[in-house]
Design a binder for this molecule. Sequence first.
Ligand code: DQA
Length: 143
Amino acid sequence: MTKPIYVLNGPNLNLLGTREPEIYGHETLDDIRDSLIETAADRRIDFRQTNFEGELVTWVQEASREGAALILNAGAYTHTSIALHDALRACTVPIIEVHLSNPAGREAFRQTNYVAPAAAATIAGLGARGYHFALDAAIRMTA
Ligand code: DQA
């Protein structure tokens, strides 16, 4: 059976819909998950969210072993986590980084990025649609 595409979400993304909607939009994470699963057709999606750094690291390791590709919105861990960076460097499947907002145009503390150097591509600033572009890319990269 084809391996699933992992879609991993980091801290505070469980609050989507109510968290600063002027920046992150009105769609909830469940809305995003449901529309991705609908779009993915015959490709399996393993969609998860955690507020814990170590859990995210463990899931990245799992995605490398058991997934076809990894779509990752690491939230604030993007800007802080060397542990996540190391896990991503060890990951052997394609990684596509996603952000709803465009961190490059935001605060100085968001200009450090520990995910991008390990990713094949970054999609940022397109809101929830960014996840769909990432899924399209992941499907084409692993067809
Ligand atoms: C985010 C951007 C990060 O800087 C922020 O910490 C988030 C969300 C985004 O999707 O735009 O939690 O990853």
